[in-house]
Design a protein around this ligand. Structure first.
Ligand code: BG6
Length: 513
């Protein structure tokens, strides 16, 4: 199977580099949303656009075209969007929607019908004339992945994907990006047949979260952490993305993906690369992504017989949460009673490079766990010689990066308890985003939509990153398929199956935030 060529071969000079260097104001453009009648547009995309409007970050001339199969009118479309902004938008964004409402129009067409794209092109030209959007276009694929191919082919066939005369044409691709390496490579090929890599923005909304970006700031804007950030000082790293919600109405989708495809292949792997990467030569899209992809390349593919020992997978079973009786996964709508799809997974990964050779990285994610929390915990080694009595019982230092909620960074260390005895107890140094900076935090989609308008791909996954992550995940899935072991079980509202602690090895336990 041909995988994506090295970045050097795929990246050409970005003609919008000046814009990136000189400021963060986006040029006029039209955003075309394919699948605009879906939930994402209403819950995330348009409320985020209004967040940008509130912060004065939308381009001076801007329009949105919703492209979908349903026979909606412009007014019907606007009404749905207004509803979305009201429900899901940041405070005081409704007035911005009202002021911009006529910039939103609806275009009805089948995704596979070329005539619909010819008509779209005419419509976009007309919008350019009326609203001054200057021929710049961003196409957002918010449809089920089964429609991507038809959309990409038609964008190429009608010339909509071509950049000329300094006008940009970009495509944003939503997850899931394939369901294994074969489908991801095929999709990358289809994307590349229509767009150049520099025009492509593969969304992983975790990269738009402020606190995920702060991982790079913490590591590379400070002198004190990086000298310790390696196998000499770090015993192990725990990356947790826990959710308290279940699969809800998405049982059918989830049954096909499981937590490994839904969360670990993308969000957790992306966080892992930021924690483990080498310092890039510059904070530019390719310098950062070159380093991230090296981390993934250093993680070995599992042999099927190694997988049971290096992973734990489990399903939630009925229990009560917050006083509410919750179904077990196999009783959820759209889930077969004999399902073996995991709603929880914990994985031990070894990064085979000089920095991390002896430091395992443990990733875990699950639905219906005790709390919604995303964090990275860097567990340091014990000091080489323990001077104080009871020192062995002392917990080692932990640097905790709290991604959500309660965003911040905390350092756990031992301090002397006041009094005549020398007794050591754990204390915490705590930095909280809310206290230090105040203000509202923008939704991850705001940052990512803005970056796509600016042509800055730093916070988007590159083709080779996605494929490398699938290579690792595919080998886990293959091991599970071959394994005779059924998924373990955990009761709703707990921290997952018991066996997960054993995965960490002697003397280590999972944090229970
Ligand atoms: C999505 C997954 O990508 O991320 C969902 O498909 C999950 O299953 C969601 O609930 C979690 O995102 P967040 O931002 O709420 O942590």
């Amino acid at each position: 199977m041909a995988t994506t060529p090295t970045p050097q071969a795929t990246v050409s000079q970005n003609p919008f580099a000046d814009e990136l260097r000189t400021g963060r104001s986006a040029k006029p453009c039209v955003l075309v949303i394919f699948g605009a009648t879906g939930d994402l547009t209403k819950r995330k995309l348009v409320p985020s656009l209004m967040g940008l409007a509130k912060d004065g970050l939308l381009p001076p001339a801007f329009a949105v075209v919703g492209f979908a199969r349903r026979p909606w009118t412009d007014d019907g479309f606007r009404k749905e969007l207004a509803d979305g902004v009201k429900q899901f938008g940041r405070p005081d964004t409704m007035a911005h929607f009202d002021a911009l409402a006529d910039a939103f129009t609806f275009h009805q067409s089948d995704f596979g019908e070329t005539a619909g794209y010819v008509a779209l092109k005419q419509k976009l030209d007309q919008i350019d004339r009326q609203r001054g959007t200057a021929g710049n276009r961003i196409f957002y694929l918010a449809t089920p992945p089964s429609s991507y191919s038809a959309i990409l082919q038609n964008l190429a066939a009608t010339g909509l994907s071509t950049e000329k005369d300094g006008k940009f044409a970009r495509v944003i691709v939503e997850k899931p990006f394939g369901r294994d390496i074969g489908t991801a490579v095929a999709l990358n090929d289809q994307v590349r047949a229509a767009f150049h890599e520099r025009q492509v923005f593969r969304i992983d909304h975790y990269l738009g979260k402020e606190t995920v970006q702060n991982i790079l700031a913490l590591r590379f804007a400070n002198g004190i952490f990086e000298p310790l950030w390696n196998e000499k000082f770090v015993d192990h790293v725990q990356i947790t993305v826990a959710e308290s919600i279940g699969v809800g109405s998405r049982g059918g989708y989830f049954e096909e993906s499981g937590i490994i495809r839904d969360m670990i292949q993308n969000h957790l792997m992306q966080v892992l690369t930021l924690v483990a990467m080498e310092p890039p030569a510059a904070i530019t899209a390719d310098a950062v992504r070159d380093e991230k992809v090296k981390v993934l390349k250093a993680i070995r593919t599992f042999k099927p017989e190694e997988v049971d020992e290096a992973t734990v997978r489990a399903q939630y079973t009925r229990g009560s949460f917050g006083g509410e009786d919750c179904k077990g996964y196999r009783d959820e709508e759209g889930v077969p009673k004999e399902s073996v799809t995991e709603t929880y997974a914990a994985v031990r990964l070894q990064i085979n490079n000089w920095r991390w050779a002896q430091t395992p990285f443990f990733l875990r994610s699950g639905k219906r766990l005790s709390r919604r929390v995303t964090e990275v915990a860097i567990h340091f080694k014990h000091p080489p010689h323990l001077l104080f009595e009871g020192g062995k019982a002392q917990q080692p230092n932990v640097l905790l990066l709290r991604i959500q909620p309660d965003e911040g960074v905390a350092l756990r260390f031992g301090a002397k308890v006041p009094g005549p005895d020398v007794r050591i107890r754990d204390v915490r140094m705590d930095f909280r985003y809310g206290t230090a900076f105040g203000g509202e935090t923008a939704d991850a989609y705001e940052r990512l939509l803005l970056d796509s308008m600016l042509g800055d791909g730093t916070l988007f996954a590159r083709a080779d990153e996605v494929e490398e992550a699938w290579r690792i995940v595919d080998s886990i899935v293959a091991g599970w398929k071959q394994s005779k072991r059924r998924p373990d079980e955990y009761v709703v509202g707990t921290w997952g199956p018991e066996r997960a602690d054993a995965l960490l090895g002697p003397g280590r336990t999972w944090r229970k935030p």
